[in-house]
Ligand binder design. Structure first.
Ligand code: ISE
Length: 335
């Protein structure tokens, strides 16, 4: 039996998920597209053959012809819509971040726990990226010895118009917060956030550099630069005691031209992580069918952990100091 999915939010990610569901997710039906703008909802619904287009996300979640929801609306609506999906007993794949605040993440965790079922998969799609998978296997397979450090770079062409000052830490960096925590299988104990002194730091998307300490020891550093201009560029190197592993971005071609050899950068994350999104969405569908969450997919708890370190990062930047975090125990419900 097909799973009928409502996509909530028809922006850049909602549109991409609608495309994946309609064209690349056997066993799923793009039932409806919902967006505050009726024209946008209708446009995406028509482009990918959805049965219907509506503007009220709560009505979309409640509809009897909807089995599951994909939440791709603005960040601050994720937690309220996740709560509505849990209350309706419908599985949800929620784009990251779960919420910009830990308080809202905890509400989702409380509601899921009370309902006794993991309804929510969180869209930290990098967990499904084959390149990060190789890194994790290098550690679990004892190929490079104990992890010592993880260096991360995350550059966007230009910060979107709706970006605010802290979103480099609350919206972009959560990918690295989660990916490094996932690869290293640890939690963070402290964060220090810096900005170069010679730039206009009030510019939206100005670069930040972070150093994170972990419970198991390895150090993690992250550069976020939302206005890098030249392309979408995500790099990471995991350094172990006896070797190192770097991400290799998929590239369709290499050019040799005018005394140069080069490859192109994508304009944003969708081509870079296309395979990760596809695998993530397939894992979600399988989890709905089998009622067994994917062992690598991110949970609401992982969303809370990312929001917690992001909050500490915002504080570290504002107060120009290292912020420590108490040790965390993962609740058995999420183990
Ligand atoms: C955006 O929300 C994403 O999730 C992208 O993967 C990331 O590169 C970008 O910085 C975020 O704003």
């Amino acid at each position: 039996m097909s799973i009928r999915i409502a996509v909530l939010g028809a922006g850049i990610m909602g549109t991409d998920h609608a495309r994946i569901i309609a064209r690349d997710l056997p066993g799923a039906v793009l039932q409806l597209v919902c967006d505050a703008s009726p024209d946008r909802a209708r446009g995406v619904a028509n482009a990918f053959g959805a049965v219907d287009a509506i503007t009220d996300p709560l009505a979309a979640i409640a509809r009897p012809d909807v089995d599951a929801v994909l939440i791709a609306s603005p960040d601050e609506t994720h937690a309220p819509l996740a709560l509505a999906a849990i209350a309706a007993g419908k599985p949800a794949l929620c784009e990251k971040p779960l919420a910009p605040s830990t308080a809202d993440c905890l509400k989702v965790i409380e509601s899921e726990t009370k309902n006794g079922r993991r309804f929510l998969q969180l869209g930290f799609m990098r967990r499904f990226d084959p390149s990060y998978g190789e890194m994790k296997s290098a550690l679990t397979g004892r190929l490079i010895g104990k992890a010592v450090m993880m260096h991360n770079i995350h550059r966007n062409v230009e910060a979107p118009a709706n970006f605010t000052g802290q979103m480099a830490i609350t919206n972009s960096a959560p990918h690295e917060f989660d990916a490094a925590r996932f690869v290293l299988d640890t939690d963070y104990t402290a964060i220090s956030v810096f900005q170069p002194e010679n730039i206009e730091t009030t510019r939206i998307g100005a670069p930040v550099f972070m150093v994170l300490e972990t419970a198991s020891g390895p150090l993690v550093n992250i550069e976020i630069n939302n206005n890098a201009t030249y392309g979408y560029d995500v790099r990471s190197e995991l350094v172990g005691e006896t070797g190192a592993v770097q991400l290799a971005a998929p590239t369709p071609a290499r050019f040799d031209l005018a005394l140069q050899s080069f490859q192109r950068y994508p304009a944003d994350w969708r081509p870079r992580f296309a395979e990760a999104y596809r695998l993530q969405n397939r894992a979600w569908l399988d989890a709905i069918r089998t009622a067994m969450p994917s062992p690598i997919a991110a949970t609401a708890w992982d969303g809370y952990c990312a929001a917690r370190i992001a909050e500490a990062g915002v504080l570290s930047l504002a107060e120009k100091r290292r912020v420590t975090l108490p040790r965390l125990e993962t609740p058995s419900f999420y183990r």
